[in-house]
Ligand binder design. Structure first.
Ligand code: GNR
Ligand code: NI
Length: 168
């Protein structure tokens, strides 16, 4: 099922997701719907927060072929490089806005898979950027909140304009 993606400005994007435990109902259905939503929107990642589900679950696929789905349940960054990297980020909740954000170059993530098993993954390149971006969503943060107030206000106005035009 394709789920509606909430846009920046919607207060649900500020909620902090709760941990998922082993007997969370229909977890596999949620995972399937999140992948369907992410692939149909042509995103490289999606956090449950963006579809108004306030649980700590993220789906990612940074492969060219769109055939390497990754699920991260209760993800945590357990190590990060001192080196930082700039990346032009976008977000399905902030359509048509791309801005440079600086984050650690590499991170090590600990999470659970769909069966509840713990794993760790060393992430670099787009995957490192994406998992940090998604964990921010689980904590109620959207990438544009790293920008200056001037840029943030311009983005808020642009989104309001997009929403007005979408209504007409
Ligand atoms: O599709 C997405 N692309 C992207 C590009 C650069 C940095 C982060 C991302 S994540 C984004 C999908 C999304 O909004 N995930 O929350
Ligand atoms: Ni996003």
């Amino acid at each position: 099922m394709i789920l509606p993606i909430r846009a920046f400005g919607d207060p649900v994007l500020r909620k902090v997701g709760k941990e998922i435990d082993k007997d969370y109902p229909s977890l596999q259905d949620l995972i399937d719907s999140m992948f369907e939503t992410m692939y149909s929107a042509k995103g490289v990642g999606l956090a449950a927060t963006q579809v108004d589900i306030h649980r700590r679950i993220v789906v990612v696929d940074t492969s060219e072929e769109r055939d390497q789905p990754l699920v991260f349940i209760n993800p945590e960054i357990v190590a990060q490089s001192v080196e930082q990297k700039e990346w032009e980020e976008g977000c399905l909740s902030v359509p048509e806005i791309y801005e440079t954000v600086t984050r650690p170059d590499r991170v090590r993530v600990r999470a659970q898979d769909a069966k509840g098993e713990f794993f760790e993954m060393a992430c670099d390149e787009l995957l490192a950027v994406c998992i940090q971006h998604e964990i921010d969503h689980l904590n109620g943060k959207v990438f544009v909140q790293y920008l200056s107030n001037l840029k943030l206000n311009r983005i808020k106005n642009k989104i309001k304009k997009q929403q007005r035009e979408a209504q007409q």
